[in-house]
Design a protein around this ligand. Structure first.
Ligand SMILES: Cc1cc2nc3c(=O)[nH]c(=O)nc-3n(C[C@H](O)[C@H](O)[C@H](O)COP(=O)(O)OP(=O)(O)OC[C@H]3O[C@@H](n4cnc5c(N)ncnc54)[C@H](O)[C@@H]3O)c2cc1C
Length: 350
Protein backbone atom coordinates (compact mmCIF):
# COMPACT_ATOMS: atom_id res chain seq x y z
CA UNK A 1 0.00 0.00 0.00
CA UNK A 2 1.43 3.41 -0.93
CA UNK A 3 1.82 5.94 1.84
CA UNK A 4 0.15 9.20 0.86
CA UNK A 5 1.32 12.69 1.86
CA UNK A 6 0.24 16.14 0.79
CA UNK A 7 3.87 17.21 0.44
CA UNK A 8 7.21 15.45 0.20
CA UNK A 9 10.33 17.56 0.66
CA UNK A 10 13.66 16.23 -0.63
CA UNK A 11 16.44 17.54 1.64
CA UNK A 12 16.50 18.37 5.35
CA UNK A 13 18.71 21.45 5.01
CA UNK A 14 17.65 24.97 5.99
CA UNK A 15 15.23 25.40 3.06
CA UNK A 16 13.63 21.97 3.36
CA UNK A 17 13.06 22.14 7.11
CA UNK A 18 11.65 25.68 6.95
CA UNK A 19 9.24 24.72 4.18
CA UNK A 20 8.18 21.45 5.79
CA UNK A 21 7.61 23.05 9.16
CA UNK A 22 5.47 25.85 7.76
CA UNK A 23 3.43 23.50 5.57
CA UNK A 24 2.77 21.21 8.56
CA UNK A 25 1.77 24.16 10.72
CA UNK A 26 -0.79 24.97 8.04
CA UNK A 27 -2.29 21.50 8.41
CA UNK A 28 -0.62 19.55 5.58
CA UNK A 29 0.81 16.06 5.97
CA UNK A 30 4.52 16.39 5.21
CA UNK A 31 7.35 13.89 4.74
CA UNK A 32 11.01 14.98 4.47
CA UNK A 33 13.50 12.62 2.83
CA UNK A 34 17.16 13.24 3.68
CA UNK A 35 19.99 11.13 2.32
CA UNK A 36 22.32 11.89 5.23
CA UNK A 37 22.15 9.39 8.07
CA UNK A 38 21.42 11.99 10.77
CA UNK A 39 20.86 15.75 11.08
CA UNK A 40 24.15 17.64 10.82
CA UNK A 41 26.06 14.43 9.94
CA UNK A 42 27.89 16.24 7.13
CA UNK A 43 28.19 20.02 7.16
CA UNK A 44 29.19 21.94 4.05
CA UNK A 45 28.76 25.52 5.21
CA UNK A 46 30.54 28.02 7.43
CA UNK A 47 27.12 28.60 8.96
CA UNK A 48 27.21 32.34 9.60
CA UNK A 49 23.78 33.84 10.14
CA UNK A 50 23.21 37.42 9.05
CA UNK A 51 21.56 39.70 11.57
CA UNK A 52 18.16 39.40 9.86
CA UNK A 53 18.21 35.61 10.23
CA UNK A 54 19.09 35.85 13.91
CA UNK A 55 16.20 38.25 14.60
CA UNK A 56 13.69 36.11 12.66
CA UNK A 57 14.63 32.72 14.15
CA UNK A 58 14.79 31.51 17.70
CA UNK A 59 18.25 29.91 17.70
CA UNK A 60 19.33 28.84 21.21
CA UNK A 61 22.14 31.05 22.50
CA UNK A 62 24.62 28.17 23.23
CA UNK A 63 24.62 27.36 19.49
CA UNK A 64 25.89 30.76 18.37
CA UNK A 65 28.74 33.23 18.84
CA UNK A 66 28.30 36.89 18.13
CA UNK A 67 30.53 38.65 15.57
CA UNK A 68 30.36 42.42 15.74
CA UNK A 69 32.90 43.56 13.16
CA UNK A 70 34.22 42.76 9.71
CA UNK A 71 37.85 43.20 8.77
CA UNK A 72 38.63 43.24 5.04
CA UNK A 73 42.24 42.55 4.02
CA UNK A 74 44.14 43.27 0.82
CA UNK A 75 46.50 40.58 -0.52
CA UNK A 76 49.36 42.27 1.40
CA UNK A 77 47.23 42.11 4.59
CA UNK A 78 46.61 45.80 4.87
CA UNK A 79 43.05 46.03 6.24
CA UNK A 80 40.06 48.18 7.01
CA UNK A 81 37.61 47.47 9.80
CA UNK A 82 33.85 47.85 9.41
CA UNK A 83 31.22 48.07 12.08
CA UNK A 84 27.62 49.16 12.05
CA UNK A 85 25.81 50.17 15.18
CA UNK A 86 23.57 47.36 16.34
CA UNK A 87 24.41 45.06 13.41
CA UNK A 88 26.09 41.74 14.04
CA UNK A 89 26.52 38.29 12.56
CA UNK A 90 26.23 34.98 14.37
CA UNK A 91 28.68 32.14 13.89
CA UNK A 92 26.91 28.86 14.58
CA UNK A 93 27.68 25.36 15.74
CA UNK A 94 26.00 24.24 12.54
CA UNK A 95 25.80 20.52 13.29
CA UNK A 96 23.98 21.20 16.56
CA UNK A 97 21.85 23.84 14.86
CA UNK A 98 20.71 21.27 12.27
CA UNK A 99 19.82 18.82 15.05
CA UNK A 100 17.85 21.55 16.80
CA UNK A 101 15.99 22.51 13.59
CA UNK A 102 15.16 18.86 12.84
CA UNK A 103 13.73 18.44 16.36
CA UNK A 104 11.62 21.59 16.01
CA UNK A 105 10.38 20.47 12.61
CA UNK A 106 9.33 17.07 13.95
CA UNK A 107 7.59 18.80 16.82
CA UNK A 108 5.49 20.67 14.22
CA UNK A 109 4.22 17.28 12.99
CA UNK A 110 6.61 16.61 10.10
CA UNK A 111 7.92 13.09 9.48
CA UNK A 112 11.63 13.14 8.65
CA UNK A 113 13.40 10.04 7.32
CA UNK A 114 17.18 10.24 7.54
CA UNK A 115 19.22 7.86 5.42
CA UNK A 116 16.51 7.79 2.75
CA UNK A 117 17.33 9.90 -0.31
CA UNK A 118 15.08 11.07 -3.12
CA UNK A 119 15.64 8.76 -6.08
CA UNK A 120 13.21 10.04 -8.69
CA UNK A 121 9.48 10.35 -9.33
CA UNK A 122 7.02 9.59 -12.08
CA UNK A 123 6.32 13.14 -13.34
CA UNK A 124 3.12 12.46 -15.35
CA UNK A 125 1.21 10.83 -12.50
CA UNK A 126 -1.18 12.45 -10.09
CA UNK A 127 -0.47 12.02 -7.25
CA UNK A 128 3.27 11.75 -7.82
CA UNK A 129 4.78 8.36 -7.07
CA UNK A 130 8.30 8.47 -5.62
CA UNK A 131 10.59 5.79 -6.96
CA UNK A 132 11.78 3.09 -4.61
CA UNK A 133 9.78 4.24 -1.58
CA UNK A 134 6.13 3.47 -2.28
CA UNK A 135 5.31 7.05 -1.25
CA UNK A 136 2.90 9.27 -3.13
CA UNK A 137 2.35 13.00 -2.74
CA UNK A 138 0.32 15.83 -4.17
CA UNK A 139 3.34 18.11 -4.39
CA UNK A 140 7.11 17.61 -4.32
CA UNK A 141 9.59 20.21 -3.06
CA UNK A 142 13.22 19.98 -4.15
CA UNK A 143 15.29 21.40 -1.29
CA UNK A 144 18.18 19.11 -2.13
CA UNK A 145 20.94 21.66 -2.58
CA UNK A 146 22.91 23.29 -5.38
CA UNK A 147 23.10 20.12 -7.48
CA UNK A 148 19.45 19.21 -7.15
CA UNK A 149 18.40 15.74 -8.26
CA UNK A 150 14.74 16.85 -8.21
CA UNK A 151 15.60 19.54 -10.80
CA UNK A 152 17.21 16.86 -12.96
CA UNK A 153 14.32 14.40 -12.78
CA UNK A 154 11.68 17.03 -13.63
CA UNK A 155 13.63 18.83 -16.37
CA UNK A 156 13.82 22.06 -14.33
CA UNK A 157 16.74 24.48 -14.61
CA UNK A 158 19.96 23.64 -12.77
CA UNK A 159 22.58 25.96 -11.28
CA UNK A 160 25.34 26.58 -13.79
CA UNK A 161 27.27 29.39 -12.05
CA UNK A 162 28.97 27.79 -9.08
CA UNK A 163 31.81 28.70 -6.76
CA UNK A 164 33.77 26.06 -4.93
CA UNK A 165 34.05 26.44 -1.13
CA UNK A 166 36.52 24.64 1.14
CA UNK A 167 36.94 25.06 4.87
CA UNK A 168 38.99 23.69 7.74
CA UNK A 169 37.96 23.94 11.36
CA UNK A 170 40.84 24.45 13.78
CA UNK A 171 40.96 24.18 17.52
CA UNK A 172 40.16 27.72 18.68
CA UNK A 173 42.90 30.24 17.88
CA UNK A 174 43.63 33.30 20.04
CA UNK A 175 43.55 36.68 18.40
CA UNK A 176 40.59 36.25 16.04
CA UNK A 177 38.38 38.33 18.39
CA UNK A 178 34.70 38.99 17.58
CA UNK A 179 35.66 39.75 14.03
CA UNK A 180 34.87 38.23 10.63
CA UNK A 181 38.17 38.35 8.72
CA UNK A 182 37.73 38.49 4.92
CA UNK A 183 40.64 38.28 2.49
CA UNK A 184 40.61 39.64 -1.04
CA UNK A 185 43.29 37.50 -2.57
CA UNK A 186 43.21 36.62 -6.27
CA UNK A 187 46.04 34.11 -5.79
CA UNK A 188 44.25 31.92 -3.25
CA UNK A 189 40.62 32.94 -3.79
CA UNK A 190 40.19 33.90 -7.46
CA UNK A 191 36.59 35.01 -7.97
CA UNK A 192 35.65 35.39 -4.33
CA UNK A 193 37.33 35.63 -0.89
CA UNK A 194 39.06 33.77 1.89
CA UNK A 195 37.92 34.01 5.52
CA UNK A 196 38.76 33.37 9.15
CA UNK A 197 35.77 33.09 11.45
CA UNK A 198 35.69 32.84 15.24
CA UNK A 199 33.32 29.87 15.52
CA UNK A 200 31.42 28.62 18.57
CA UNK A 201 34.15 26.23 19.75
CA UNK A 202 36.52 26.34 16.78
CA UNK A 203 38.20 28.75 14.38
CA UNK A 204 37.02 28.31 10.80
CA UNK A 205 39.27 29.08 7.84
CA UNK A 206 38.04 28.87 4.29
CA UNK A 207 38.31 29.80 0.66
CA UNK A 208 35.69 30.24 -2.03
CA UNK A 209 36.91 30.44 -5.59
CA UNK A 210 36.08 29.73 -9.21
CA UNK A 211 34.96 26.14 -9.59
CA UNK A 212 37.62 25.29 -12.16
CA UNK A 213 40.54 26.47 -9.97
CA UNK A 214 42.45 24.37 -7.48
CA UNK A 215 41.90 25.34 -3.83
CA UNK A 216 45.18 25.61 -1.89
CA UNK A 217 43.98 25.85 1.70
CA UNK A 218 47.36 24.76 3.21
CA UNK A 219 49.03 27.58 1.25
CA UNK A 220 46.42 30.08 2.44
CA UNK A 221 46.80 28.93 6.06
CA UNK A 222 50.59 29.34 5.77
CA UNK A 223 50.16 32.85 4.37
CA UNK A 224 47.93 33.75 7.34
CA UNK A 225 50.35 32.35 9.90
CA UNK A 226 51.98 35.69 10.76
CA UNK A 227 48.48 37.02 11.60
CA UNK A 228 46.97 34.12 13.55
CA UNK A 229 49.56 31.36 14.02
CA UNK A 230 47.02 28.84 12.74
CA UNK A 231 49.59 26.16 11.95
CA UNK A 232 50.20 25.60 15.69
CA UNK A 233 46.61 24.37 16.10
CA UNK A 234 45.04 21.04 15.16
CA UNK A 235 42.55 20.77 12.31
CA UNK A 236 39.42 19.12 13.73
CA UNK A 237 37.24 18.97 10.61
CA UNK A 238 37.45 19.54 6.86
CA UNK A 239 34.46 20.40 4.71
CA UNK A 240 33.53 21.77 1.32
CA UNK A 241 30.74 22.34 -1.14
CA UNK A 242 29.55 24.45 -4.03
CA UNK A 243 27.83 27.82 -3.92
CA UNK A 244 25.45 28.91 -6.69
CA UNK A 245 25.80 32.61 -7.49
CA UNK A 246 23.82 32.99 -10.76
CA UNK A 247 20.61 34.02 -8.99
CA UNK A 248 17.10 32.58 -8.92
CA UNK A 249 16.66 30.03 -11.72
CA UNK A 250 14.14 30.87 -14.42
CA UNK A 251 12.34 27.49 -14.43
CA UNK A 252 12.40 26.52 -10.78
CA UNK A 253 8.91 25.01 -10.68
CA UNK A 254 6.56 22.78 -12.64
CA UNK A 255 2.98 21.62 -12.22
CA UNK A 256 3.46 19.61 -9.03
CA UNK A 257 7.04 20.41 -8.15
CA UNK A 258 9.09 23.37 -6.94
CA UNK A 259 12.73 23.98 -6.00
CA UNK A 260 13.77 26.12 -3.05
CA UNK A 261 17.00 27.25 -1.38
CA UNK A 262 20.28 26.47 -3.15
CA UNK A 263 18.42 24.12 -5.52
CA UNK A 264 16.62 27.19 -6.93
CA UNK A 265 19.72 29.45 -6.81
CA UNK A 266 18.47 31.47 -3.81
CA UNK A 267 21.89 32.74 -2.74
CA UNK A 268 23.20 36.31 -2.49
CA UNK A 269 25.54 36.75 -5.48
CA UNK A 270 27.87 39.00 -3.50
CA UNK A 271 28.15 37.58 -0.01
CA UNK A 272 27.47 33.96 -1.11
CA UNK A 273 25.16 33.80 1.92
CA UNK A 274 22.28 31.42 1.36
CA UNK A 275 21.10 30.32 4.79
CA UNK A 276 18.83 33.27 5.41
CA UNK A 277 17.32 33.07 1.91
CA UNK A 278 16.85 29.30 2.22
CA UNK A 279 15.02 29.72 5.51
CA UNK A 280 12.96 32.77 4.56
CA UNK A 281 11.83 31.52 1.16
CA UNK A 282 11.42 27.99 2.45
CA UNK A 283 8.86 29.37 4.86
CA UNK A 284 7.16 31.45 2.21
CA UNK A 285 7.04 28.36 -0.01
CA UNK A 286 5.44 26.33 2.81
CA UNK A 287 2.68 28.91 3.18
CA UNK A 288 2.16 29.26 -0.56
CA UNK A 289 1.93 25.47 -0.88
CA UNK A 290 -0.78 25.27 1.78
CA UNK A 291 -2.75 27.96 -0.08
CA UNK A 292 -2.26 26.14 -3.37
CA UNK A 293 -3.37 22.73 -2.12
CA UNK A 294 -6.48 24.40 -0.71
CA UNK A 295 -7.34 25.62 -4.22
CA UNK A 296 -5.16 28.74 -4.49
CA UNK A 297 -2.57 29.86 -7.02
CA UNK A 298 0.55 27.86 -7.84
CA UNK A 299 3.27 28.56 -5.24
CA UNK A 300 5.98 29.12 -7.90
CA UNK A 301 4.90 32.61 -9.01
CA UNK A 302 4.16 33.53 -5.37
CA UNK A 303 7.75 32.72 -4.37
CA UNK A 304 9.16 34.42 -7.47
CA UNK A 305 7.29 37.66 -6.67
CA UNK A 306 8.53 37.59 -3.07
CA UNK A 307 12.16 37.01 -4.10
CA UNK A 308 14.26 40.21 -4.41
CA UNK A 309 15.72 41.00 -7.85
CA UNK A 310 19.24 41.70 -6.42
CA UNK A 311 20.10 43.53 -9.67
CA UNK A 312 22.71 45.77 -8.04
CA UNK A 313 24.34 42.81 -6.32
CA UNK A 314 24.51 40.90 -9.60
CA UNK A 315 26.09 43.95 -11.28
CA UNK A 316 28.62 44.26 -8.46
CA UNK A 317 29.35 40.55 -8.72
CA UNK A 318 30.00 41.00 -12.45
CA UNK A 319 32.42 43.83 -11.65
CA UNK A 320 34.20 41.90 -8.91
CA UNK A 321 34.68 38.97 -11.32
CA UNK A 322 36.10 41.04 -14.15
CA UNK A 323 37.81 44.10 -12.65
CA UNK A 324 41.22 43.87 -10.96
CA UNK A 325 39.88 44.93 -7.55
CA UNK A 326 42.84 43.58 -5.56
CA UNK A 327 45.44 45.23 -7.82
CA UNK A 328 43.55 48.54 -7.73
CA UNK A 329 43.51 48.32 -3.94
CA UNK A 330 47.24 47.62 -3.73
CA UNK A 331 48.01 50.41 -6.20
CA UNK A 332 45.93 52.84 -4.14
CA UNK A 333 43.56 53.42 -7.07
CA UNK A 334 40.66 52.49 -4.85
CA UNK A 335 40.89 54.95 -2.00
CA UNK A 336 40.19 53.67 1.49
CA UNK A 337 37.00 55.72 1.75
CA UNK A 338 35.61 54.39 -1.55
CA UNK A 339 36.58 50.86 -0.57
CA UNK A 340 35.05 51.30 2.88
CA UNK A 341 31.75 52.45 1.35
CA UNK A 342 31.62 49.55 -1.09
CA UNK A 343 32.56 47.00 1.56
CA UNK A 344 29.96 48.39 4.01
CA UNK A 345 27.34 48.01 1.28
CA UNK A 346 28.32 44.39 0.71
CA UNK A 347 28.40 43.32 4.36
CA UNK A 348 25.74 45.52 5.96
CA UNK A 349 23.59 46.51 2.98
CA UNK A 350 24.28 50.21 3.71
C1 LIG B 1 31.97 26.40 2.09
C2 LIG B 1 30.64 27.11 2.19
C3 LIG B 1 30.46 28.09 3.15
C4 LIG B 1 29.23 28.75 3.24
N1 LIG B 1 29.07 29.68 4.24
C5 LIG B 1 27.86 30.29 4.39
C6 LIG B 1 27.65 31.18 5.49
O1 LIG B 1 28.52 31.36 6.33
N2 LIG B 1 26.43 31.80 5.58
C7 LIG B 1 25.43 31.58 4.66
O2 LIG B 1 24.35 32.19 4.80
N3 LIG B 1 25.61 30.74 3.64
C8 LIG B 1 26.78 30.07 3.48
N4 LIG B 1 26.95 29.16 2.47
C9 LIG B 1 25.80 28.85 1.62
C10 LIG B 1 24.78 28.02 2.43
O3 LIG B 1 25.43 26.94 3.06
C11 LIG B 1 23.68 27.48 1.54
O4 LIG B 1 23.14 28.55 0.78
C12 LIG B 1 22.57 26.84 2.40
O5 LIG B 1 23.08 25.76 3.10
C13 LIG B 1 21.42 26.41 1.51
O6 LIG B 1 20.49 25.66 2.23
P1 LIG B 1 19.61 24.57 1.47
O7 LIG B 1 18.72 24.00 2.50
O8 LIG B 1 19.02 25.16 0.25
O9 LIG B 1 20.64 23.49 0.94
P2 LIG B 1 21.60 22.54 1.72
O10 LIG B 1 22.05 23.15 2.99
O11 LIG B 1 22.64 22.14 0.72
O12 LIG B 1 20.72 21.28 2.09
C14 LIG B 1 20.35 20.34 1.11
C15 LIG B 1 20.08 19.01 1.80
O13 LIG B 1 19.59 18.10 0.82
C16 LIG B 1 20.19 16.85 1.04
N5 LIG B 1 20.11 16.08 -0.20
C17 LIG B 1 20.84 16.23 -1.33
N6 LIG B 1 20.44 15.35 -2.26
C18 LIG B 1 19.43 14.64 -1.71
C19 LIG B 1 18.59 13.58 -2.18
N7 LIG B 1 18.71 13.07 -3.40
N8 LIG B 1 17.64 13.11 -1.35
C20 LIG B 1 17.49 13.62 -0.08
N9 LIG B 1 18.27 14.59 0.41
C21 LIG B 1 19.21 15.10 -0.40
C22 LIG B 1 21.59 17.18 1.50
O14 LIG B 1 22.18 16.08 2.20
C23 LIG B 1 21.34 18.38 2.39
O15 LIG B 1 21.07 18.01 3.73
C24 LIG B 1 28.16 28.46 2.33
C25 LIG B 1 28.35 27.46 1.36
C26 LIG B 1 29.57 26.79 1.29
C27 LIG B 1 29.74 25.71 0.25
Amino acid sequence: MPENYDVVVAGAGFAGLACARQAARRGLSVLVLERQSAPGARIHTTGILVHEAWTEWKVPVPLVRRINRVRVYTPAHDHIELERNGYFFMATDTARLMRHLARETRRAGVEIRFGEGYRGATPGRSPLLLQGSGVTCRFLVGADGARSGVAGSFGLDRNRHLLKGVEWEFEPVDGVADCLHCFIDPEFAPGYIGWVVPGVATTQVGLALHRDRQADLPGFVAKLDPLFGLSRNRVVEKRGGVIPFGGLLRNFYGERVMLIGDAAGMVSPLTAGGIHHAWRFGKIAGDALADHLAGGAHPGPVVRRAYPSLTLKHAARWGYDRLPVARALEAGLLTRSVFRRVAAKVFFGL
